[in-house]
Ligand binder design. Sequence first.
Ligand code: ADP
Length: 250
Amino acid sequence: MLEFQNVSFRYPGDGTPTLDGLSFRAERGEFVSVIGPSGCGKSTIFRLASGLLTPDAGEITVNGQSIAGQKNYCGYMPQSDLLFPWRTVAENVRLPLEIRGGLSKGEMDDETDRALEAVGLSGWGKKSPKELSGGMRQRAAFARTVLTGSELLLLDEPFSALDYLTRLSMREWLLDQWQRERKTVLFITHDVEEAVFLSGRVLAAEARPVTALAPFPVPLGYPRTMDSLKEPAMLELKTRLIEKLRRREP
Ligand code: ADP
């Protein structure tokens, strides 16, 4: 689905590159988490995959075609929910439909209502984002990302601003959505337990510059519950990943 081939990137003015000859791929329908120390380049990988930044060298393809000539191939959800405060919740969620064009107002209303219902926000469309809780705003932002219609979703620490208990329910909610839709999801998180719970595979970023992502297959199929995390193989993977990240702290 998504493939990086020998991708290098350096921010203008930075002495060292952020990515150097990085190759990896995510298969169609996979849920892949990317973990790594903060500042190592995870978000940069997403900015490149979404086309916000262009590689200095190497190639990024989606479905075997360079992303340079493609539009609307991914939905990108950055760290904060970034809902526009002057738009209602529904007006925020329908934004990708307005940008894509080609639908009547009635068709856009119907699609928006369906998306709000899918994330448990029926009846909240006319509210302003500030009237929603943090978890509800994240669900609205997720609905908006899904309405891009893209098969590839790039989610950059979508739950980082939420309190612990809301995070736990959002994990279960996201896994449920993914099992229904089977989109390809790339998910950045600081939280090793979150990565293990959600993913089929965890990719661990090396220190900057990122030259490789070490793959760790998660030894348990789906569906999963919170109790899945208590399985010995899952606990062992969690410990291995924490050790890997701790070794890289200075
Ligand atoms: P992560 O998501 O792993 O925390 P980022 O991809 O955001 O890391 O950043 C990787 C590195 O690139 C950091 O060391 C940061 O200082 C640098 N960086 C990020 N954004 C910019 C920018 N706009 N200009 C210059 N350097 C940047």
